[in-house]
Design a protein around this ligand. Structure first.
Ligand SMILES: [Zn+2]
Length: 468
């Protein structure tokens, strides 16, 4: 009698254990196979999302299927939009592979642009769930055939771009499914902003002095991964000369100003350096690069919704009267006892008036940043639209805060000598999508009219009079 009870108990435990095993084992798993459709772009593969897509049939596509209990069968059917089967591929697989890769069958008929084809993919696994019929994944992809590469047509550009300078580009992309537009100066990437109406783009591009050449190009990619890359047709003027200055650093300088700055930065203690020259390099190279990363990050994060309209930019004249005390693009080499030990690029224009002079805006905009940077000191950055930003450094005080909208002729703060500055002055920078550009152009009314305002007007006329 006791034995019978004991056997019953054992039986129940076994049943429970079997149930647990059935429920959790991969032989009864309930996860449908993972199926991914990938299109081959050169040596890369990009995933195609379910639903409506564009496809150039010259591009191959592959289906990746994976499942923990193994792939049992798959079926790929290609239909036209009338439901007629154009091609199909089916397979039952006994080996229970966990992963397989199948090339997508292509219809035998010649597909023309704007034809539509539907791919129905169904994949079944070796699980015994669903009364031993396994788990099934079904995916549908609707493709519109598109074999045409985008056409890039320039609408209007500045007459030329100078070494260190800026230019305005306005162009049109003809394509039924533009996916991405990339603009580059050969080194740095720029966003193209949708302009006035569908298909048109505008941007200000820069040729930073760190780049010896300007190899501007526009790349348009459509949703069928057709790619068109064109060179930017603009005259390049490499003959702009920038200064090279040698600056002798004295013991007196090394022993006074540096410690104060290291303490303000507050990242390292003044006695953690093995020499004053190391301290100098730390500020001039490491902290400067860190500051410039902050400035680039802030100015490159700007986005504008919708279509942009032509803009009028005024000359940037932040001080009422001023003297230039440091030139843009100055390549500075620092010498100690006649030995070169550090260098830097001066990427703004230094101007000075009286002490604590008011800094005035010349263009409306949105304040992106106010704060203390190591080399740049108290700094304000204002976005003016089209990726153009102005930067004001070494301020003694602030009058605005991030997020504020500022009008023309508003005071944003006072000049000073915070950061790496000797004497009260203003360091004025102009940034084009994060690249420091030649300030002189943006202080020259004639340059702005010829290269920006007139180009906007020309483009606007062309676009408003165009049929499409
Ligand atoms: Zn400066």
């Amino acid at each position: 009698m006791r034995l019978k009870v004991w056997l019953n108990c054992l039986f129940l435990v076994l049943i429970a254990y079997f149930g647990y095993w059935v429920y959790h084992s991969r032989f009864f798993e309930k996860n449908p196979p993972k199926v991914r459709l990938m299109v081959q772009i050169g040596s890369e593969e990009k995933e195609v999302q379910e639903g409506d897509n564009f496809w150039n049939p010259h591009r191959d596509m592959v289906v990746y299927m994976s499942d923990e209990s193994g792939i049992r069968s798959y079926s790929i059917v290609v239909k036209d939009d009338q439901g007629r089967v154009l091609a199909q591929k089916q397979e039952a697989i006994i080996k229970r592979p966990e992963h397989i890769k199948v090339a997508l069958p292509k219809p035998d008929i010649q597909l023309k642009d704007d034809d539509r084809v539907i791919y129905e993919i169904s994949v079944n696994d070796w699980s015994n769930s669903h009364f031993f019929s396994g788990n099934t994944t079904r995916l549908n992809f609707n493709f519109t055939i598109d074999t045409q590469s985008p056409i890039v047509r320039m609408v209007a550009t500045s007459y030329k771009i100078s070494y260190g300078g800026s230019a305005l580009l306005i162009f049109k992309i003809n394509d039924k499914s533009t996916k991405e537009v990339r603009v580059s100066n050969g080194e740095d990437h720029f966003k193209a902003y949708p302009f006035l109406k569908e298909g048109y783009y505008a941007l200000i591009i820069a040729w930073p002095i760190k780049n010896k050449i300007f190899a501007g190009n526009i790349t348009a990619i459509d949703k069928a991964w057709n790619v068109k890359k064109v060179a930017i047709p603009i005259i390049k003027d490499p003959n702009v000369r920038y200064r090279y200055s040698d600056i002798k650093v004295t013991d007196q300088f090394l022993n006074t100003k540096l410690d104060n700055l290291v303490n303000i930065i507050g990242e390292r203690s003044t006695n953690s350096f093995s020499s004053s020259l190391e301290k100098f390099k730390y500020i001039n190279e490491y902290i400067r690069a860190k500051d410039e990363n902050v400035i680039t990050g802030v100015t490159q994060s700007v986005e504008y919704p919708g279509y942009l309209k032509p803009m009028n930019f005024n000359v940037f004249l932040p001080l009422k009267k001023f003297q230039v005390v440091g030139s843009f693009g100055d390549h500075r080499t620092y010498l100690y006892r006649d030995r070169k030990f550090s260098q830097s690029m001066h990427l703004g224009l230094d101007i000075a008036n009286f002490k604590n002079a008011p800094i005035m805006t010349s263009n409306a905009g949105r304040v992106l940043f106010t704060g203390l940077l190591g080399v740049y000191g108290n700094t304000t950055i204002i976005d003016h639209g089209f990726g153009l930003a102005s930067l004001y450094s070494h301020q003694s005080s602030f009058e605005v805060k991030p997020g504020d909208w500022v009008n023309v002729h508003s005071e944003i703060g006072r000049t000073g000598q915070t950061g790496w500055a000797f004497g009260d002055h203003l360091h004025l920078g102009i940034l084009v999508q994060g690249q420091m550009a030649r300030v002189a152009e943006w202080m020259d009314a004639k340059w702005i009219k010829t290269n920006i305002t007139d180009v906007f007007m020309r483009a606007q006329n062309i676009i408003q009079n165009s049929e499409d």
